[in-house]
Ligand binder design. Sequence first.
Ligand SMILES: Nc1ncnc2c1ncn2[C@@H]1O[C@H](COP(=O)(O)OP(=O)(O)OP(=O)(O)O)[C@@H](O)[C@H]1O
Ligand SMILES: O=P(O)(O)OC[C@H]1O[C@H](OP(=O)(O)OP(=O)(O)O)[C@H](O)[C@@H]1O
Ligand SMILES: [Mg+2]
Length: 283
Amino acid sequence: MPPLRIAVPNKGSLSQSASEMLHESGYRQRHDTRELALADPENGVEFFYLRPRDIALYVGEGTLDVGITGRDLLLDSGAHAQEVLSLGFGRSTFRFAGPDGAYDKIEDLAGRRIATSYVGIVERFLADRGIEATVTRLDGAVETSVQLGVADVIADVVETGSTLRAAGLATFGGPILDSEAVLITRAGAPVPDGFEVFKRRLEGVLVARTYVMMDYDMPADRVEEAVALTPGIESPTVSPLHREGWVAVRAMVPRGGAQRLMDELYELGARGILLTDIHACRL
Ligand SMILES: Nc1ncnc2c1ncn2[C@@H]1O[C@H](COP(=O)(O)OP(=O)(O)OP(=O)(O)O)[C@@H](O)[C@H]1O
Ligand SMILES: O=P(O)(O)OC[C@H]1O[C@H](OP(=O)(O)OP(=O)(O)O)[C@H](O)[C@@H]1O
Ligand SMILES: [Mg+2]
């Protein structure tokens, strides 16, 4: 079977988190950021480290089988690729912004000069709403273009908003889209060999990051109330304890809110409540 060929961001905001996730999924990852490709024959895959903006193109043309990129970059590219799994990192929004207080709605864009690195997204957004404006492509540092008189407004990635604030800009008109890192494959093509295993490994890491394992001992007469709080994913494991009238319960629970859940279980009569990390899983 030929190796599954996977595109991974080589630089930028997504690069480190993508490599970490692949490493946690049991794959070899490069040690030197100048390495452009890395084979992992034991796992039947080969990684290609590419600019995140180019990844949808390689996958859309079928040169590579799978890629990790940003949803915004995928949509901007117009490539024939599709999102198959969201990966939970590299979250951002894509927004219009102008001098603080100068604009407040999308209609204000009419006739303006808009600077952006995401021309595809912006032009489609304007066309869908019948707004005419001039779109100027810049490679980066888009926020400065307003101050320098190259544009009236910008459309850019906003994460914390601190870059905008520092440039005296404020968003207006609601988010154009919410983005995060996503797994992509070629649209309308057969599923490549080895893809399902690769995807399942990444899903396992996502679950291991989102859930923790909870164990507790519970008086048997109140176990129904307790398992209603910890229903698990399939169903919790309930096993007899040596001590008469008690059972042990084991269930996966969402990491967020686990401490509150422990308080509630304690109130119900649970004791010996333990929380442990899950390192990997296949559901
Ligand atoms: N704070 C952020 N700044 C930029 N991109 C971000 C941020 N947070 C998440 N992203 C996502 O990272 C992707 C952009 O990748 P890109 O390689 O251009 O990152 P970058 O940090 O801008 O890198 P570069 O150093 O090349 O400017 C997009 O999908 C974007 O939504
Ligand atoms: O909302 P924030 O947390 O401030 O992050 C968003 C900023 O970060 C990115 O710029 P980057 O550092 O990638 O520089 P670039 O413009 O040269 O790509 C992005 O283009 C925004 O400018
Ligand atoms: Mg950037």
